[in-house]
Design a binder for this molecule. Structure first.
Ligand code: ATP
Length: 235
């Protein structure tokens, strides 16, 4: 479904990604783990077109997307939930969800998807008229994920969904990630500092260090890998 071929991404003179290649098949949950500053967020932004790679190629369902605008990429079916739950704080929950569907014209489909989202996150249904900025951290993360789902993505890019959330809420978010993958057959690329949880939910994983992919394997094998245990699992 997605193929990154030797991509190099820069911020001015700083090279954040150095020859990154990876592949994701339809239906998979893939996690990208690594230390602070390794280049995980940059990888997501290079796919979504927010920070396009300077060289290398990105293919989505066999189409080259590395030269497309972020808007075009969303319309092909890739949605990103950025780090830090950037919802619209002064808009209500309903309005935030509407914003996620801004490229869609199928009113009935939008209504149905909103109902499905309220089934998935009943708390958002209760808070539908409340301003996004007044929700708790966990509820804002649920809203950020829901807003991305309103674009009906084939591929969902999640950047640190567990960041700053209480353990119980983190558990809920990971259960939802699994549900989104199995029930709506959404392929997911998950960036996480919480490597332990991420590898438990994912099928496969990539490890990133200093802008390079240093390891890739099934999630089960990465959980047993001594280097991964020492560096990322605190074991
Ligand atoms: P974290 O887990 O801390 O979010 P990350 O693995 O997602 O880290 P990136 O945010 O992709 O890492 O950053 C990769 C490198 O690019 C880092 O060295 C970072 O300092 C640099 N970088 C990121 N954003 C910018 C920017 N806007 N301008 C300059 N350098 C940047």
């Amino acid at each position: 479904m997605l193929k990154l071929k030797n991509i190099n991404t820069f911020y001015g003179n700083i090279q954040a990604l150095k020859g990154v290649s990876m592949e994701i098949s339809e239906g998979e949950i893939i996690t990208l783990i690594g230390a602070n500053g390794a280049g995980k967020s940059t990888t997501l932004m290079s796919i979504s077109g927010v920070v396009p790679p300077r060289s290398g190629q990105v293919y989505f369902m066999d189409r080259p997307i590395h030269t497309m605008s972020a808007n075009q990429i969303v319309s092909l079916g890739i949605s990103q939930v950025p780090e830090g739950r950037r919802i619209f704080p002064y808009l209500t929950v309903l309005e935030n969800l509407d914003m996620g569907a801004f490229l869609r014209t199928d009113k009935d489909g939008i209504k149905k998807d909103m109902e499905d989202i309220f089934d998935l996150f009943p708390i958002l249904a209760e808070r539908r008229h409340q301003a996004g900025g007044t929700l708790s951290g966990g509820e804002q993360q649920m809203l950020a994920i829901s807003r991305a789902l309103m674009a009906r993505p084939k591929l969902l890019l999640l950047d640190e969904p567990s960041l700053g959330l209480a353990p119980l809420v983190v558990k809920q978010i990971f259960e939802i990630i699994r549900k989104i993958n199995t029930e709506s057959n959404t392929t997911i690329l998950l960036v996480e500092q919480n490597a332990n949880l991420a590898l438990k939910v994912a099928h496969r994983g990539y490890v990133m260090e200093n802008g390079r992919i240093t390891l890739s394997d099934s999630a089960d094998r990465l959980l047993e890998n001594e280097d991964v245990k020492r560096a990322y699992l605190g074991l």
